[in-house]
Design a protein. Structure first.
Length: 89
């Protein structure tokens, strides 16, 4: 499994936030520290595993939080690992 980054575009720049890959691999859930959450955060993915398919944005919005604890938000990971765009910008 390669490393995946969440992205957010602000002020004509793209910032990357590393996903907790150990937690994702074990639970198939994105665990995000609350202090990293902000509007516009997304995970780039392809609708299918075809390399030529277009890249979509899976936005991590408050309504997609499946649970939370004192320090983290947890989001569903509805993809196959091959669908996620792993190349960091």
């Amino acid at each position: 499994m390669s490393t995946y980054y969440l992205r957010v575009e602000t002020h004509n720049r793209t910032r990357k936030i590393l996903i907790d890959m150990a937690y994702l691999a074990k639970h198939n859930i994105i665990r995000l520290p609350k202090y990293y959450y902000e509007e516009g955060l997304y995970l780039p993915y392809r609708k299918n595993t075809d390399v030529n398919s277009t890249i979509e944005k899976y936005e991590l919005t408050k309504d997609k939080i499946i649970k939370e604890d004192e320090d983290h938000y947890f989001f569903k990971f509805p993809f196959k690992y091959e669908q996620v765009e792993g190349v960091a910008v």
